[in-house]
Write a protein that binds this ligand. Structure first.
Ligand code: M6R
Length: 365
């Protein structure tokens, strides 16, 4: 069943190009987005929307943080993202102009289900994004968008994160296009960019050997700080979560600009900084944070774009990723972080598919 891979996690990481292709398939072309028969919106509803709330836990929450950025860029909606365990107890305001989106791989996460029920009781319109058609979330929401990731066995979510990004980008593009927030030429260009992504994901997956070499060099450290800005901030959070979950290495993630507001005190030669720094509009800003970390003698591991020579002078180790348009970088940059966590866990002799204390779905509060 593992198709020759030593662990489900390795197999699932390698399936991500296929997962993304399947999630986009039949739903996206250069002339529009069709979310399928389980989504029942009409043009008036889409144009009446003013707010969108995205709610999830864990890795699914990080997918929502990426979506927040792309929804803000492609639509005029007011976007809010929250962790389900907080959202369900807050005094959220839900109106006829609000779309609530619940993202859960399993569709069984207790807090996400409770948050959905709360929005429903307030009269809000709920979209569920899940990988499991028969799940409780899928049955309870008004509208449903399924990932096409296939069953995920490894406790650490990898390919479902990729599927969630695909589904959330489809949603953002549909809203931007059909509400008229995006001009049609730009929308069509973005659709083309999205359609090409599965191939780009496959090209990144082939670079696993480079990431393994980085893991061999850094697997002995017990504390890591992950940094990223903009689209790379949620990816830093996800990379740190993966490392914690399966290798039991302490890893914290911060928005790069927050580093000097506290975490910089932790930096010293035994605390490497993993920085996600693709060549994008915030590159220089992140680079200045790298310089600050370097001045505290933290080893720097950078996930950086091909052709970025400057980073070689700043980092102790560079993991290369292909260049891509800024808004699509999360699909690319998350892969080496998943691979890094996997290889570190393997080198440290950890249980990879069934890490201690964790369950695949958290069905109690
Ligand atoms: O099934 P869900 O997407 O609702 O699960 C949410 C989290 O429990 C899940 O993402 C968890 O953080 C994973 N172990 C991450 O690898």
């Amino acid at each position: 069943e593992k198709d020759g891979y030593p662990h489900y996690m390795a197999k699932e990481i390698h399936e991500q190009g296929t997962v993304l292709r399947s999630t986009l398939k039949g739903r996206l072309s250069e002339s529009g987005v069709d979310l399928g028969d389980d989504v029942h919106w009409d043009g008036d509803f889409l144009r009446s929307l003013r707010r969108i709330n995205l709610v999830a836990c864990g890795t699914s929450y990080y997918a929502c943080l990426v979506a927040e950025r792309v929804l803000e860029r492609w639509t005029s909606l007011d976007v809010k993202v929250d962790i389900a365990s907080e959202y369900r107890y807050r005094d959220v305001k839900i109106g006829a102009d609000t779309l609530a989106v619940f993202v859960s791989q399993s569709g069984e996460t207790a807090d996400t289900l409770a948050a959905q029920r709360k929005v429903r009781s307030l009269g809000g319109r709920c979209l569920g994004i899940t990988n499991v058609r028969g799940s409780t979330l899928a049955r309870e929401v008004h509208d449903l968008l399924l990932l096409k990731a296939g069953p995920e066995i490894g406790v650490a979510a990898t390919k479902t994160f990729m599927g969630q990004l695909g589904a959330l980008y489809l949603l953002a593009l549909k809203l931007g296009w059909e509400r008229g927030d995006l001009n049609p030429v730009e929308a069509s260009r973005l659709a083309y960019g999205l359609l090409k992504l599965p191939y780009e994901v496959e090209r990144v997956l082939e670079r696993d050997g480079d990431v393994k070499a980085a893991a061999e060099r850094f697997c002995g450290y017990d504390d890591f700080l992950f940094l990223g800005r903009g689209f790379s901030y949620p990816i830093a959070l996800e990379g740190a979560l993966k490392l914690k979950e399966i290798s039991y290495v302490h890893a914290e993630a911060y928005a790069a600009g927050e580093m000097k507001h506290g975490p910089i005190a932790l930096l010293e030669p035994n605390v490497p900084v993993m920085v996600v720094i693709p060549k994008d509009g915030l590159y220089e800003k992140t680079l200045s944070n790298v310089q600050e970390a370097r001045a505290r003698k933290s080893p720097i591991v950078a996930v950086a774009s091909d052709g970025d020579d400057l980073i070689d002078q700043m980092a102790d180790w560079v993991i290369r990723i292909p260049r891509c348009e800024e808004c699509f970088s999360p699909f690319i940059s998350v892969i080496p972080l998943q691979q890094f966590a996997y290889h570190v866990a393997q080198l440290r002799g950890c249980e990879i598919d069934q890490p201690r204390n964790l369950a695949k779905s958290v069905t109690v509060e």
